[in-house]
Ligand binder design. Structure first.
Ligand code: FAD
Ligand code: FES
Length: 259
């Protein structure tokens, strides 16, 4: 398999934002930019530290959170072997990255747009807000369980109208769902963009259908190649057809995907 846009770059900085639920760290990883400043927010990259050897075969997909001329930044939560080992990287370590991959979110300049983020689904919206031509049209609603400090929320909430809702215990879930549904309903004639775990996306999808609101959903399927070659990431489109999330997504119109 030949992967285009694959480069080895160096880690510039790795910063721990916080920990939650024991060892589950939240990490900001900044790499040398391999020339991706023209990326589209919502696109992602596959990352595979060069030191992994034959241990872990595949890279791991992460949303590009932001990029400037010098660097590209990712946020991730440690959930398993790959992210645990990525969290042990040091400045100067080599990492192979391929991307930018996938399609990215729409960014109409004159449309009220609500960004709905669940947990690490916040990551792609950092660059989205920074690059949007008219951020005064944006509203961010962030649903999370861990402390707010675990996320880059503070920097984002300075730039746009933002609100957060926390699920501290399962009893809070109805409140969270209600806030998501209300945010969708209030975006009539606008656009909703959502990124987060599948149950979160299902709530957004259902609310968008109920209220006839245009929505785009970014899916976090498990991936291996990231470039449409292994069929490891397929989901069903609005009909019965299988589509690769990495090549056709990860962002789909809400009616074009079955969750
Ligand atoms: C397009 C895309 C963008 C993503 N962006 C981010 C991001 O910005 N920040 C971030 O923290 N994570 C993101 N993810 C999820 C991230 O890729 C996984 O958390 C990571 O691959 C897990 O690797 P691991 O080896 O640590 O875990 P594994 O050992 O492979 O798995 C550990 C646990 O994590 C679960 N898991 C594995 N892959 C995923 C996945 N894709 N989604 C949800 N759960 C998963 C497994 O079911 C298992 O319970 C993204 C995924 C996709 C497809
Ligand atoms: S991850 Fe291989 S086809 Fe999508």
């Amino acid at each position: 398999m030949v992967v285009r846009n694959c480069r080895e770059v160096k880690v510039r900085e790795l910063r721990f934002l916080g920990a939650w639920d024991g060892p589950s760290d939240f990490v900001e990883l900044t790499l040398e930019n391999p020339g991706w400043d023209g990326y589209r927010p919502g696109q992602f990259a596959m990352l595979r530290p060069s030191g992994w050897g034959l241990d872990l075969t595949w890279g791991r997909p992460l949303s590009i959170s932001r990029a400037d001329a010098e660097s590209v930044t990712f946020f991730f939560q440690v959930v398993g072997r790959g992210t645990e080992r990525m969290a042990a990287l040091k400045a100067g370590d080599a990492i192979i990255i391929w991307g930018p991959l996938g399609n990215g979110f729409s960014a109409p300049p004159d449309t009220p747009t609500t960004l709905l983020a669940g947990g690490m689904g916040l990551a792609p919206f950092r660059g989205y807000i920074e690059r949007h031509p008219t951020p005064e049209f944006l509203r961010l609603v962030f649903a999370h369980r861990p402390d707010l400090d675990c996320y880059p929320y503070a920097a984002m909430s300075e730039k746009v109208r933002a609100e957060e809702v926390r699920e501290r215990t399962p009893d809070d879930l109805p409140v969270v769902i209600e806030r998501i549904e209300t945010a969708v309903r209030e975006t009539a004639n606008g656009l909703v963009l959502a990124c987060g775990p599948t149950p979160f996306l299902k709530t957004v999808q259902q609310a968008a259908r109920t209220h006839g609101v245009r929505a785009e959903l970014s899916l976090e399927s498990r991936m291996a190649c990231g470039v449409g070659a292994c069929l490891g990431c397929v989901c069903k489109d609005g009909g019965d057809k299988h589509v690769q999330v990495c090549a056709r997504g990860p962002v789909f119109k809400a009616d074009d995907v079955r969750l």
